[in-house]
Design a protein around this ligand. Structure first.
Ligand SMILES: Nc1ncnc2c1ncn2[C@@H]1O[C@H](COP(=O)(O)OP(=O)(O)OP(=O)(O)O)[C@@H](O)[C@H]1O
Ligand SMILES: O=C(O)[C@H](O)CO
Ligand SMILES: [Mg+2]
Length: 422
């Protein structure tokens, strides 16, 4: 009989593997007939792995292509493809030069050609060509402003896409009359395709009026020429695009549910769009865990209650940590002395905040162990120092960079232990 902790780590490993780029691309391409004149454009942090998988599947049907990923995320040459690395989360000169290569490729195609467009998180920074009158410096400054102002990714990208020749469906227009098949690894809650990497090949559901509201909401101070670029409308329909989501937090949660069930747990998915403050989420999960331990509801034990999403942390302290680590540290307070329960939370990309941890796992003893180690949970949370607190009691989860990036996986595991120790 494996421990709850061992089962938790197995669920994490197996569910993340279900959305690794290679596997996701290969499974989808098996279902598609893209003809034999395919031009590949891959953007985002998983671009190299998605492109490698596609090239291995399609072989000489791929007549050329451009891969643009984050520094340190490519793994060598791929025959027939041009591989570039560029800046993330702030675009740089390499972003511009490599995007120009992709645009040149797309603009020269005919109606018999197909663009296989492989999209993953981080694409907004890595795939960029400013509209006339907007400079790379403008893009850098506005990106930095947007990342700092507290806007969510849909709001951020509603603005970024209007400063760009290749976002908001405009890349698909460039490729026309060629057909564009997009395979997307979603890192946006709710899988809004016009927000993922700012939707280069997807009709834009945001409007100029939406942008005006965002500017007012965050009191953004933008120069006149930038405001001018934001007043241009984006394409609302495209006739040459097909899009498929091949990996998302929903898929990770479904996989986690299946793995938990295979391990004998009654499993349910509570939500795939959790997006509140991390420490509040931790207290909420602890309350659910206590309900299971003390009243065996909503599920019959042994059980697994699974959530997906991306919580937030408004960092005010000087400590080290990440939203997943903060969530479980906060949860540890609420399950103190509970037996037969663990709560785990990880970033599916394997990095949680500026740390080497993917997240953390706690149980009913964690709070006591921290006390014995002289660590006050509230103090640690106030200083945003979840990493050092969890490290002290062997509660960090490390996976290393996974190569995928589909938000966070959070879950409660309960075994059949009947009582709560007082
Ligand atoms: N000490 C800390 N404690 C808790 N959270 C922190 C701390 N430092 C940073 N963070 C949070 O980590 C977030 C960044 O997380 P991370 O580096 O995992 O990137 P991400 O949001 O997953 O984006 P990406 O798509 O690039 O992976 C910041 O937005 C911040 O809220
Ligand atoms: O690149 C981006 O815009 C974010 O990763 C969301 O997809
Ligand atoms: Mg991340």
């Amino acid at each position: 009989m494996k421990s709850l902790r061992e089962d938790a780590l197995r669920i994490i490993e197996d569910s993340i593997s279900s959305v690794l780029p290679e596997r996701a691309v290969e499974q989808e391409l098996r279902k598609l007939d893209l003809g034999d004149k395919i031009y590949l454009v891959a953007i985002g942090k998983a671009a190299w792995r998605m492109a490698k998988s596609a090239k291995d599947c399609l072989k000489d049907k791929v007549k050329g292509g451009v891969v643009i990923t984050k520094y340190g995320h490519s793994q060598g040459p791929i025959e027939g493809l041009k591989i570039y690395e560029a800046g993330h989360p702030i675009p740089d000169e390499n972003t511009i030069s490599s995007t120009k290569e992709a645009v040149e490729l797309a603009k020269g195609l005919s109606k018999d050609d197909t663009v296989l467009f492989l999209v993953s998180g981080g694409g907004s920074a890595l795939f960029e060509l400013p509209v006339d009158g907007v400079s790379l410096e403008d893009i850098k400054n506005v990106t930095d402003m947007l990342l700092r102002c507290g806007a969510n990714i849909v709001e951020i990208n509603a603005i970024r896409k209007r400063m760009s020749q290749v976002k908001g469906g405009r890349f698909a227009l460039m490729a026309s009359p060629a057909k564009v098949y997009s395979l997307v690894l979603s890192d946006v809650l709710g899988d809004r395709l016009d927000s993922i990497a700012s939707g280069p090949a997807y009709p834009d559901s945001t409007t100029v009026e939406d942008v005006r509201k965002i500017i007012r909401k965050y009191d953004l101070k933008l120069p006149r020429h930038i405001l001018q670029s934001l007043s241009e409308e984006t394409p609302k329909s495209l006739d040459n695009v097909e899009t498929r989501i091949i990996g998302s937090v929903s898929k990770v949660c479904e996989s986690a549910k299946n793995v938990a069930a295979s391990l004998g747990y009654n499993a349910m998915i509570l939500t795939t769009t959790l997006d509140c403050e991390a420490s509040e989420a931790g207290l909420f999960l602890a309350a659910i865990a206590r309900e299971e331990v003390e009243k065996e509801r909503p599920l019959k034990r042994p059980c697994a209650i699974i959530l997906g999403g991306e919580t937030v942390v408004h960092v005010k302290g000087t400590g080290k940590g990440g939203r997943n680590q903060e969530l479980v540290l906060s949860a540890a307070r609420g399950i103190k002395n509970c037996t037969g329960v663990v709560i785990a939370s990880v970033g599916t990309d394997g990095t949680d905040g500026p740390t080497d941890a993917a997240g953390g796992i706690v149980d009913g003893r964690t709070a006591t162990l921290l006390e014995e180690a002289g660590i006050d949970i509230d103090d640690a949370l106030n200083d945003n120092d979840s990493y050092h607190a969890l490290q002290k009691v062997n509660s960090l989860i490390r996976t290393g960079p996974t190569g995928t990036n589909v938000n966070d996986l959070i879950f409660i595991l309960c075994d059949e232990t009947k009582v709560r120790e007082n």
